[in-house]
Design a binder for this molecule. Structure first.
Ligand SMILES: C=CC1=C(C)c2cc3[nH]c(cc4nc(cc5[nH]c(cc1n2)c(C)c5CCC(=O)O)C(CCC(=O)O)=C4C)c(C)c3C=C
Ligand SMILES: [Fe+2]
Ligand SMILES: [Fe+2]
Length: 371
């Protein structure tokens, strides 16, 4: 079966599904067919796929349950032996967490588009990057996907190869590497590629925790958002999503990369560790996670007399439940309950000028030799 995509100049990209047996069903032939119908040439396009964590399709019980089941079944995310984890996940967690998390997502949901902020922002990052890079090299096509939920990595890889992408750059949108994030994005992409008879050439973008473009963007964005506040914080927390301490002990470089990001950011801002502290948020389960915990630190500092606090979240390429609800909502309350007076959660880099400059710098560097 042929699938085709038409372009404004009358050219047509045609992809033939292989549909011939056991080795998957990805597109196996790509060609540009010109209007007169007889000329076929290789499409030769370069695909860039931005991937972020994921998102439920809705905040109702079944959408939340589907999403959490996919997410929490991933062995890269929960490493506990299946014999122990399976009954816990399918018992208590999937019967209670979907309602609880759904209510939290309701607080931040983009009702206009009926989707989570993470999906809205990731789409915008993809669209802005696509428009920008098409001016750099018209062979480049950019798309975006979610590791869990929709749009899936597999469907976007199919679409990119069908559109003629013979070279492909996968970009996990995580500045700091963790097996629970970067590695699982790549695993999922290679799982989809393993089903294709005719694979594109593939690269994956490395973490960019110490990339000067990223550090400069964080510094500029932090200064810009602090200047817009009606107070000057006594202390700024750099809050990262946590991981279980045991993952760090097994060799996950995430903790070290978070620390390095903040060390470099302090150097650019000219701040010491007493002004910009590192903390870890979003614990899940009973195991010990990376410390210090954000919520405990916020409470302690408020009790110790800190009255004005700002929080930046450099590990999140886009605002999401964990930044908009957990930090801007829950932690603001914790601060005030313990005597704090002014609290601000600063926006992530998102699709801002600074944020797009980082993604563009990473992508252009990783495309070198291809463009
Ligand atoms: C169970 C363990 C979890 C690990 C390990 C984990 C690592 C991890 N997560 C992110 C980024 C995000 N996580 C988000 C939501 C979220 N995370 C977990 C659990 C683990 N994360 C859960 C159960 C959830 C769902 C929400 C909830 O029920 O509490 C999000 C937000 C997604 C959104 O749509 O807004 C992000 C982003 C990182 C970077 C990371 C390890 C470094
Ligand atoms: Fe998470
Ligand atoms: Fe959370």
């Amino acid at each position: 079966m042929f699938r085709s995509l038409e372009f404004g100049n009358g050219a047509k990209i045609v992809a033939q599904d292989q549909g011939n047996g056991s080795n998957g069903s990805g597109p196996s032939r790509r060609a540009i067919r010109f209007p007169d119908g007889h000329e076929e040439i290789a499409a030769g396009r370069i695909g860039v796929l931005l991937v972020n964590l994921g998102t439920p399709d809705g905040t109702d019980y079944w959408s939340m349950r589907r999403y959490l089941k996919e997410f929490l079944s991933d062995r890269r995310v929960v490493e506990a032996p299946r014999l122990i984890w399976w009954p816990v996940l399918n018992g208590i967690i999937l019967s209670t967490r979907p309602q609880k998390s759904g209510a939290l997502y309701d607080k931040v949901w983009n009702t206009e588009r009926n989707e989570s902020p993470l999906r809205t922002i990731t789409r915008s990052q993809g669209e802005k990057l696509g428009a920008d890079l098409a001016r750099t090299d018209p062979r480049i096509i950019v798309d975006w996907a979610m590791r869990y939920g929709n749009p899936s990595i597999a469907e976007k890889l199919d679409a990119l190869t069908a559109a003629g992408a013979e070279r492909l750059l996968i970009v996990p949108l995580y500045p700091q590497y963790s097996a629970a994030t970067t590695a699982t994005v790549n695993d999922k992409a290679f799982e989809a590629l393993s089903q294709m008879r005719w694979q594109p050439a593939v690269r994956t973008a490395p973490p960019y925790h110490d990339d000067p473009a990223y550090i400069e963007a964080l510094a500029a964005s932090t200064k810009k958002h602090l200047a817009a506040l009606d107070f000057e914080p006594d202390i700024v927390l750099a809050s990262f999503h946590g991981i279980p301490k045991s993952y760090f002990e097994k060799g996950d470089p995430y903790h070290c990369q978070c620390q390095k990001t903040v060390r470099l950011l302090r150097e650019v801002l000219g701040w010491g560790p007493e002004k910009l502290m590192v903390t870890f948020q979003s614990r899940f389960g009973r195991e010990e996670w990376l410390k210090p915990y954000t919520d405990e630190t916020v409470a302690r500092l408020a009790r110790e007399g800190v009255r004005k606090m700002a929080v930046i979240m450099p590990g999140f390429a886009a605002d999401c439940l964990e930044t908009l609800e957990e930090i801007a909502g829950e932690n603001a309350e914790i601060f005030e309950e313990n005597g704090g007076e002014h609290f601000a959660a600063l926006p992530c880099l998102n699709d801002s000028e600074e944020g797009m400059a980082v993604i563009k710098a990473v992508v252009l560097r990783e495309l070198s030799g291809w463009i």
